[in-house]
Ligand binder design. Structure first.
Ligand SMILES: [Zn+2]
Length: 399
């Protein structure tokens, strides 16, 4: 539909150009140009009539002269080609524009940017990077746009240190560390870039570097849950269990919906510290603040350990009446199964298999920015490439 519309626009544009040219041309050279234009026009029409829109598009593009007035049309056609996946053709159209030095500087920059996007789509990241680096220096009007696109490439390449350097250029000069009055998207990205470096350091057991990066991350964004989780991991792995608990407890102030992500490590810390009571008290407090199935299940497990199956089943039953959930029901059935026999146990096993199937068919996390959902917590949304937008799903089928 869009193709047809675009072709009609091109046909009309060239037709008008040809008609006006015929009326005004008097010199021989102009007649020659008009004749070439006429040929291209008919060639394009012929393709169109033979239902060959691609050939028609090429012919019309060749016929439509590049100047300030037609530049937007050329760029639109190139972008359409890119969106259709015809990247080579998009590159050809945008490169054709760059070979016209007579165009105003800003229009050339625009074509330059579109060509960089074509290279990204074609997977030619090195070439895109070079174009964007040039634009960042030469085109102040496109500085932010080009830097953001470059950041996407550096993220794909996992070049975190370079990404930090480039993103910092988008911050106001005087607030590199405090990050006040800065674009929250940039601040969040910077915070996660530091987390990525910290994670690499943790993987090679370089706890000093990891702590340094996590401190920077929290300086950029004091509400970065990921930084608190990683800091807790660093403290736990170095035997500082109380510090790990302190870092995990911070999460309820940063973002309550991520408390569920801290439960496993908190449980391990409570075992190392031999302090299940504090763990249970903390879970109860969080449950009062934020109803979460993960918290209910963790509490049920603690009650089961300290008071037995019956007390845990009673607790689960009460919670399920207040907030029905699949995962809660699964736990309740498991508790009853442990104390059942014969036919009743068989029936409960069938019910549990059904619930388990249902749970596994449901996503656990969703991006609040684009709606992407999945079973894993991605700090960088694979779909919209936003940082820190994927969160546990709430409700009967989620957390
Ligand atoms: Zn998303």
């Amino acid at each position: 539909m869009l193709d047809t519309w675009l072709l009609l626009l091109l046909v009309t544009a060239i037709g008008i150009g040809w008609y006006l040219g015929q009326r005004s041309s008097s010199l021989l050279s102009q007649q020659h140009v008009q004749s070439a234009l006429q040929q291209q026009y008919y060639k394009g029409l012929n393709y169109l009539l033979n239902d060959q829109p691609d050939g028609a598009l090429d012919a019309f593009i060749e016929a439509l002269d590049v100047n300030s007035e037609t530049l937007e049309t050329h760029i639109a056609v190139g972008n359409l080609m890119r969106r259709k996946g015809e990247v080579e053709r998009a590159i050809r159209i945008h490169q054709n524009l760059l070979s016209r030095p007579t165009l105003p500087r800003e229009q050339l920059h625009q074509a330059h940017l579109e060509l960089a996007k074509d290279f990204v789509s074609a997977g030619l990241l090195d070439r895109a990077e070079r174009l964007l680096e040039d634009l960042i220096v030469d085109a102040p009007e496109l500085h932010k746009t080009a830097t953001l696109l470059l950041l996407e490439i550096l993220q794909d390449e996992k070049e975190w240190a370079q990404a930090i350097e480039k993103a910092q250029q988008l911050l106001p000069k005087k607030s590199l560390l405090k990050a006040a009055n800065s674009d929250p998207v940039i601040i969040r990205a910077l915070s996660h870039y530091c987390c990525e470096l910290a994670e690499q350091a943790l993987d090679r057991r370089d706890y000093h570097s990891a702590r340094k990066e996590l401190k920077k991350s929290l300086n950029y964004d004091k509400n970065c849950v990921r930084a608190s989780l990683l800091l807790a991991r660093a403290e736990y792995e170095t035997g500082h269990y109380e510090h790990a608990v302190k870092s995990l407890h911070k999460i309820r102030h940063q973002n309550l919906s991520y408390v569920s992500e801290s439960i496993n490590l908190l449980k391990l810390c409570s075992e190392k510290l031999n302090d299940p009571q504090s763990f249970q008290r903390y879970l109860s407090m969080c449950l009062d603040l934020y109803p979460s199935v993960s918290i209910v299940l963790a509490l049920a497990a603690e009650i089961q350990n300290s008071e037995g199956d019956e007390a845990a089943a009673k607790f689960m039953g009460g919670e399920l009446k207040r907030r029905p959930s699949l995962r809660g029901l699964d736990k309740l059935v498991a508790l009853h199964m442990a104390n059942s026999q014969g036919k009743a146990k068989e029936n409960l096993a069938i019910l549990q298999a059904l619930i388990s199937k249902l749970i596994h068919s449901k996503p656990q996390y969703r991006c609040q920015h684009c709606g992407f959902s999945g079973k894993q917590l991605h700090w960088l949304c694979p779909s919209c490439k936003q940082w820190g937008e994927v969160a546990p799903i709430r409700g009967a089928e989620g957390d």
